[in-house]
Write a protein that binds this ligand. Structure first.
Ligand code: FAD
Ligand code: NAP
Length: 865
């Protein structure tokens, strides 16, 4: 009834859409809305269009993405009418461009300038937003879009005494329109991010004395400004549309070649050549992708970082200053790297001095200068290049109240929560352009802005076409997206830095990774998919009812998804179509180039007696002094493929993490030796290892059985048999994505039958080659059907996208019901195989760390010497 009454109270707003902000985003959005036949009003607190390029007029301000790319690409006519003069255009030229855009599409007539939007509230009964401005106006609109910028709210200079200084004070991000003349002045610049690094060389040209107060040195490479790069210009001329399209589907929004080379394994001469040519290119997207793994592997990152430090040392003549300018507290790229023109050489000038605030922090700003812990500096002017309350500052800076009066500040108190960075639950018809959770500041923003604007304009047109009034994300979809954003960041080095990407520059700001690092291409694919799947994860309402296709758009771990995509592109044959011999050969080829896993103290091969002949084993010993607990490990491979060395990366990982000897033992395979051959071999191996623990460097009564997949099946089977036969005594059983039952009838078999490497078809093939149908229900084949009392404590690991998931869960539950202590580790977003892909699927590492810790907890503390 209330809903009915609400619908009846629905009112017509004054305009369809209110757009806040008149930078790149607001301008394009107004144009697109007008094209689509919506009425719109824009509000901008500045006196004209331009956004970033209106406010940031400091000397040296330029873009850091080549201007061929940092430009609108949505209208070929517009592109024909504008030619950029340089590789990296200056602020005045970019501002002129945005003014030209505003004129060309006659946008100013819809924008009210010098007017701030202070407050906006959703009226659920009327189904509209009321937007209140600093001019005292209230405008009603159906949709409210904040195109307010990621870097538009200057950060407060939170420095003691900042208000006391009597000289000139300038913020790079609020620079006077008439410019500033520093001739003959003693100038202090605080801050060495992009704004400081761009302005310092030019301020130095005028100032009598320049003192740079640096808290954190930053990585910077020379921009090598000049004419636009010929290769890009040629590509654009040859086929503009193709060029722009490739930007839309690139990682950063700039077309470029991706490399597969890894830093550490690339030969020194090739490394050097790639680094030098990236240095010469003077482009962020080149220096940030010299090696495929520089954003994830500390050692690879260090190669790039040290190369840049070496360049700094080559330029800066005073070694102490060179060292102070050399970043060592964050990985390259985890804070935005800078492009400069003569920045480091500026410190060779006699009137320029660097003050390292890590050694001598600022104690206070005085009436006449700056006091540090070591010295007092008298200055005539202070320039704050201290950055922004990025990503969320402008959004929560407006008092936005959604459904039931909940404010955005309240909802985001612990960090932003969005669906696709575009919308947030509880705030119907409220959109952010390049909001947190979208690629935004990690990309060429011109491309990301266009993508967002087109998505929003398309969405509003779809709502109108369907007779719908509101759109709002569901809690499920939003949580899923937040998790995906965090998952993407977690496999990179980014979260380790005290960067503004992490909110670390603003005291008290929640520490999360704000942008989406899954790429412009990955993001676009997700946003397109949401729309194509009938607005997956959104609730749409209208006078005639509502529609909701609830769900999560990205559930796989990001690197697992990449592996699956790569495998799909390889066009591999269906594994079950290969005869076993061929399948074994094929798997050997696939495994040949994989990383071996972490260093361990010793790896050695041996044989032990089995019931039908010797069984090979490989032993992994930790580097620490022994003896150690022993883990008897059975490899995966469906009882058909694999051997004692086929799970080596996982065995090494287990050995290194848990400080245990791992003995990976072979067993006979089907179809040549069918059930129960493998189980018999596994049993023989257990007895032998228990009897020979001391020779193996083990502690006799600290034995665990472990295995992956079919190997976990064998581990479970021998654990049951050991109980039956009164020994050997086991401390535990570690079952990684185990096969526990032959029925293959669980939900996970249906949900994950295809697409996640281990398919239902492959599992059927394994069973068929291993075991006669009549014997499959025996506990030695299907341990879930065995007696589960009095078994050793178990660690059961299941993967979300695994046909075997539910039988693993069922085994854990059945063990628990039988009184066996069980730790269940559910690997979210993983597949049957991905946890074993050590050093390839990085998102598996925390899961393996958890497994390692739980395994260790089953064992007594290592004896301390
Ligand atoms: P903005 O340009 O920030 O515009 C937002 C506008 O909203 C502002 O004018 C602001 O006044 C207005 N506004 C905010 N809140 C309110 C309110 N409550 N009421 C009324 N008006 C409001 N990105 C790149 O990709 N490449 C680059 O080379 C690059 N260089 C940069 C250089 C500098 C110095 C800075 C600071 C940023 C740079 N960026 C760069 C990021 C840049 O912000 C974006 O590229 C782009 O300009 C953002 O456009 P926008 O329209 O989203 O936001
Ligand atoms: P920034 O990167 O956040 O840099 C701010 C600098 O001020 C940092 O060196 C910071 O040190 C320092 N700082 C902040 N508070 C301080 C304090 N209380 N005491 C001492 N030092 C303090 O800001 P920005 O340089 O304006 O750049 C922000 C972003 O805008 C860039 O990353 C980039 O995305 C964009 N931008 C691009 C360009 C371009 O080249 N096109 C130019 C300017 C800006 P800490 O590092 O220790 O916090």
């Amino acid at each position: 009834m209330a809903e009915e009454a609400g619908r009846n109270a629905r009112q017509e707003p004054q305009v369809d859409v209110v757009v806040v902000g008149a930078g790149f985003a607001g301008l394009m959005l107004l144009h697109r809305l007008r094209e689509a036949g919506f009425s719109a009003r824009g509000f901008e607190q500045a006196s004209d269009v331009g956004g970033t390029w209106y406010w940031n007029r400091y000397p040296g301000a330029r873009c850091d993405i080549p201007t061929t790319d940092y430009t609108f690409g949505f209208d070929p006519e517009l592109e024909r009418e504008w030619t950029w003069s340089e590789k990296y255009a200056t602020q005045p030229e970019i501002l002129r461009y945005l003014q030209f855009v505003a004129d060309r599409y006659d946008l100013r007539r819809d924008i009210t300038f010098d007017t701030r939007v202070d407050r906006a509230e959703w009226d659920d009964a009327a189904q509209l937003w009321r937007v209140h401005t600093s001019g005292g106006e209230t405008v009603t609109c159906r949709s409210y879009v904040m195109a307010t910028g990621c870097l538009s709210v200057p950060k407060e200079p939170e420095i003691e005494g900042a208000g006391r200084f009597r000289g000139d004070v300038h913020l790079t991000s609020r620079w006077p329109h008439e410019g500033v003349d520093f001739t003959g002045k003693r100038v202090a610049v605080i801050g060495t991010g992009s704004s400081g690094i761009q302005s310092i060389p030019l301020i130095a040209q005028q100032a009598a004395e320049l003192t740079v107060f640096q808290r954190t040195p930053n990585f910077s490479i020379p921009a090598h400004n000049g004419p636009a790069p010929a290769a890009r210009v040629d590509q654009l001329r040859a086929d503009r549309d193709a060029y722009r399209e490739s930007a839309r589907w690139s990682r950063m929004g700039v077309p470029g070649e991706a490399t597969e080379l890894k830093g550490v394994t690339t030969p020194e001469d090739v490394r050097r050549q790639r680094l030098e040519s990236a240095w010469e290119a003077g482009e962020l997207q080149v220096i940030t992708s010299v090696f495929a793994d520089q954003g994830t592997d500390p050692a690879s990152n260090e190669i790039v970082a040290e190369f840049i430090r070496e360049k700094i040392r080559a330029v800066v003549t005073d070694p102490e200053t060179a060292e102070a300018l050399s970043p060592r507290d964050h990985y390259f790229g985890t804070k935005r790297p800078c492009l400069d023109t003569g920045y480091f050489a500026t410190f060779n000038l006699p009137h320029v001095r660097l003050v390292d605030l890590r050694k001598t922090p600022i104690t206070t700003i005085t009436e006449s200068g700056i006091d540090t812990a070591g010295e007092s500096f008298e200055v005539d002017a202070i320039v704050y290049a201290t950055g922004f309350d990025a990503m969320t500052g402008a959004l929560v800076g407006v008092d936005v109240a959604g459904r039931e009066g909940v404010s955005l500040q309240e909802k985001w108190a612990d960090g932003p929560s969005t669906y696709l960075g575009l919308m947030t639950a509880g705030f119907p018809n409220f959109f952010a352009i390049t909001g947190p959770g979208s690629p935004s500041v990690l990309s060429n923003m011109a491309v990301s802005i266009e993508q967002h604007v087109d998505w929003v304009a398309g969405c509003l047109a779809d709502l109108r076409a369907r007779g719908m009034t509101t759109i709002e994300p569901t809690a499920l979809a939003e949580e899923g997206w937040n998790r995906h954003v965090a998952d993407c960041a977690a496999i990179t080095l980014h979260p380790t830095a005290n960067s503004w990407y992490m909110g670390a520059n603003v005291p008290g700001k929640p520490r999360v990774f704000y942008p989406y690092i899954g790429g412009v291409d990955g993001y676009r694919a997700a946003a397109d998919e949401v729309r194509e799947r009938n607005y997956l994860g959104f609730r749409l309402t209208g006078p005639d009812g509502e529609q909701c296709t609830d769900g999560v758009v990205r559930r796989l771990q990001p690197d697992v998804a990449v592996v699956l995509e790569m495998m799909a592109q390889l066009g591999l044959p269906a594994l079950e179509s290969l005869p076993p011999a061929q399948l074994r050969e094929f798997m050997d080829t696939l495994n040949a180039d994989r990383p071996l896993g972490p260093e361990v103290g010793e790896v050695r091969d041996g044989v032990l007696p089995g019931p039908a002949g010797d069984l090979a084993y490989r032993l992994f010993r930790p580097a620490s002094p022994g003896p150690h607990p022993v883990v008897l490990y059975f490899h995966g491979g469906g009882w058909v493929i694999g051997d004692h060395g086929s799970d080596e990366p996982l065995c090494r990982d287990l050995c290194a993490r848990s400080d245990v000897v791992v003995v990976s033992v072979d067993y006979r395979h089907g179809p040549e030796a069918r059930y129960p051959a493998a189980a018999e071999d596994a049993w023989a191996a257990l007895r032998w290892v228990a009897d020979h623990a001391i020779e193996l460097g083990g502690i006799p009564d600290q034995l665990v059985v472990a295995g992956w997949s079919a190997g976990a099946n064998l581990a479970a089977v021998v654990a049951q048999r050991a109980r039956e036969e009164g020994g050997p005594a086991l401390r535990g059983q570690l079952l990684l994505t185990p096969v526990t039952d032959s029925a293959m009838a669980t939900d996970s078999f249906r949900e994950n039958a295809e697409g996640y490497v281990l398919t239902a078809g492959v599992m059927q093939y394994f069973w068929d080659h291993y075991c006669d149908p009549a014997a499959r229900t025996e506990p030695a084949a299907s341990p879930l059907r065995g007696r589960l009392h009095d078994l050793p404590p178990a660690i059961v690991v299941t993967a979300e996208f695994d046909p075997l998931r539910d039988e693993g869960i069922a085994y854990a539950e059945a063990l628990r019901a039988a009184g066996v202590p069980v730790e269940h580790v559910a690997a979210r977003g993983h597949t049957h195989t991905s946890l074993t892909m050590v050093d390839v699927v990085l998102s598996g590492a925390p899961v393996r760390a958890e497994i390692g810790a739980r395994l260790r907890a089953l064992l007594p503390e290592p004896a301390t010497v």
